[in-house]
Design a protein around this ligand. Sequence first.
Ligand SMILES: Cc1cc2nc3c(=O)[nH]c(=O)nc-3n(C[C@H](O)[C@H](O)[C@H](O)COP(=O)(O)O)c2cc1C
Ligand code: SF4
Ligand code: FES
Length: 620
Amino acid sequence: MSEIDLVPLHKELARFTPLGRSGLLPALHAAQKIYGWLPQEVAAEVARSLRVPLADVHGVIEFYSLFYNEQVGRNFIRVCTDQACALKGADNLLGRLCKHYDVEPGQTTEDLSLTIERSPCLGLCEQAPVALVDDDAQTNIAPDFKSYDLGIPRSLVYGSMRKLTANCGNGTTTLAKYGEYSAYKKALSMTPEAVIAETDKASGLVGRGGAAFPTGIKWGGAAKIQADQKYVVCNADESEPGTFKDRVLLLDDPHRTIEGMCIAAYAIGATKGYIYIRAEYPYILPVLENALVEARSAGYLGSHFDIEIRVGAGAYICGEETALFESIEGKRGFPRVKPPFPTTNGLFDKPTVINNVETLCNVPLIISIGSAEYRKIGTEKSPGPKLFCVSGDVAKPGLYEVPFGVTLREMLKMAGGVAGKKQLKAVLFGGAAGAFATSAHLDVKLTFEDLRAAGLPLGSGVIMVFDETRDLRDALKRLGKFFAHESCGKCYPCQMGTQRQMEILDRVANGNVLPGDFVRLEDVGWTMTDASLCGLGQTAASAVLSAMKLWPELFVEESKVENKKVSRVSKVSKAAKKAVKKDVSKVTKVSKVSKAKSIKVKKIVKAIVKKNRKASTNKK
Ligand SMILES: Cc1cc2nc3c(=O)[nH]c(=O)nc-3n(C[C@H](O)[C@H](O)[C@H](O)COP(=O)(O)O)c2cc1C
Ligand code: SF4
Ligand code: FES
């Protein structure tokens, strides 16, 4: 007989049974809250109640990092060791913590009181290093753990304008403070077509979730389809490393997003909405739930249109729109093949508009001031305000609201410049799926068109700064690990490519570069970019490839010690080994001379790469 008392579970499951399979993620969250993990009997009970095959329930539990099918601690500390936190000593913090509790990362203490985990970005990068202690954010942690902030994280909001962030920085804005949904009321006095026209070419609004797709085209597409049910989905998954703008918008000003969703629903004729929020933002949940209650009691939500919150479970891929739909539907977050697109076949195969939080926050602004006035902000091709998530080695990290068109130099000046008066080495634009820039890019304007021309993606607005002392090989190694971990494995180029990329970047970081690694890394990168099914694989190499262009010497250097390893490990001929050593010694010799001569290094490296490439082509 089972030792597990299933009575409390039955009570909880009653809430989710009417949802069928789509209730699977909320049911598993509720079950895990009761038992601390998801034992076999619990999984079986969830499967039975929701009428989902047990194998599928196990598949879902295994897919999401934050569901556990083995016993874990009653409490959790998740230490972020992603890039912005790594720059502030996160690895040391994690090491000290684990030593104190006598566990390794990922392990649970013997008395089952605590599990300590390494976590990907927790969306608190401007207050690094950080951890999530159960449901509380622990930020600005001192190296000895003696000082930190614990609880709901602060919002550090700066910049040269406050349109989207007008209500941010002073705690949560209640409905009483927010005031009536005047933009929604104005929209209701317009035709749906007129509302869509405002969010289309009139305002020039494009999505802020990373893909920069024109919002009005999406809305118009869903509006013109006849269907018994349409959906509006708010993408609050915000898992791109270095991104934290949606956290601030939702925590401090939830009604702006809800009002944006109401306007979208009216424009396309939807009666149901979802906010899909990442599980790593547990402190936002009560704020959002309360805001929905307020909006319902004021009559903005109700039978005509209502919103449900869905919580992810630790899978970066679920930010991809179709993977997100799968997740809401109670499945593993595998992206769908497109077309068909969400506007015709989205959530539950119905016409769906999915928008990022920041995109939705632009909507009430556009409707209330009108598109002509909105267009006065920013540039002709990139109108409107933009939020940038500034983190890393800057004096004043935080969320910056500026009009599109300020330069990177101006942005860094606002952020107090490089911390400690050091020189700038690099800026990672757009997050892990982004690209590196250098001081040569300081005068690039932060607009879609200027960044595109400079080969830099705007992505989700990440500006992560690295000072001159930083070893970018460590940053690249972390990127490699991140993508290898987050690839969903559905398509081969990404599944294999992210693994191979990680292995090579590991070798690069450890000084174990093998002959041909440069070419191999490029080939893996290009293959993933060209042949992957979804945006994750298509961008998993973009930062790496940009670094290879900027600093090719990083990818061929070898220490003398490591050269020995190469000789032992690699199966290349004696002559080839000699050639590599000669190449490397050339590079090392030259790299010791002045900065001006680094150009020479790059030329030599290019020649090596060319030679290697030729050799490998000949072999084929
Ligand atoms: C791997 C991956 C992760 C993504 N994560 C997010 C995310 O966390 N938030 C988001 O709004 N969009 C994310 N996107 C983009 C969405 O697929 C989609 O384009 C976006 O939600 C559309 O909203 P927008 O038009 O308002 O930008 C992601 C895309 C990919 C490929
Ligand atoms: S590209 Fe990667 S994340 Fe996207 S479907 Fe393929 S394996 Fe999954
Ligand atoms: S919170 Fe650590 S990198 Fe974002």
